[in-house]
Design a protein. Structure first.
Length: 203
């Protein structure tokens, strides 16, 4: 099931057209994504909901250029991902897509600032410009004071925000707004839980 937040109609950013993805397990063919079509508008927030094994991760991998569909096409900004070669897909993942993994994937031997800088180095951004962008990104997720710390020295929430800081700048701003809403909801839930706990302790 796909649910999206109501947004004003804007230009289509991504168009999935009759996409299927099959995997072969011995003589068995497993269809992880079955003839799926959808459109995502520029600036739209979208959530994929479904049970384990329903194909959510497979679809995300296809849209992120980490995998190729068995059939169908995925159009992003006028480009068909299924038709791109390996180098073009690598450029698409580096310059267009921002991914935050469940494990965050911060490199343990690097500081937080070095982790945020890494995709900029791969994109061959000038060193002075990289330093400026890293400082802005860390400030945006309120981690400037933790720039010299390694992932093992950060809390889970700080690691998550560090992963957000590696996103392209435009996506960081969108995630920052969403992150503020999530934090407010979590604080409200924590307050309700504490109030309930205190109520149970009273005679």
């Amino acid at each position: 099931m796909v649910r999206t937040l109501a947004m004003p109609p804007t230009q289509t950013l991504l168009h999935v057209d009759h996409v299927s993805r099959d995997y072969h397990l011995g003589e068995t063919v497993i269809r992880a994504v079955n003839d799926l079509s959808l459109e995502i508008a520029n600036g739209e927030f979208l959530a994929l909901l479904g049970s384990s094994g329903s194909g959510k991760s497979t679809l995300l991998n296809l849209m992120a250029g980490l995998d190729r569909p068995t059939s169908g096409s995925i159009q992003v900004q006028g480009k068909n991902l299924a038709a791109l070669n390996s180098q073009e897909l690598a450029r698409y993942r580096r310059e267009t897509v921002g991914m935050v993994f469940q494990s965050f994937n911060l490199l343990p031997r690097m500081t937080l600032a070095e982790n945020v800088e890494l995709p900029l180095r791969l994109a061959e951004i000038d060193r002075a410009e990289r330093s400026h962008r890293v400082a802005q990104a860390l400030d945006r997720v309120r981690l400037s004071a933790r720039h010299a710390h390694r992932p093992s020295e950060l809390s889970g929430g700080e690691q998550q925000r560090g992963a957000l800081a590696r996103l392209p700048e435009a996506e960081q701003k969108e995630w920052q707004a969403l992150w503020a809403e999530v934090e407010a909801l979590l604080q409200r839930a924590q307050g309700q839980a504490e109030a309930t706990s205190e109520g149970k302790k009273q005679p």
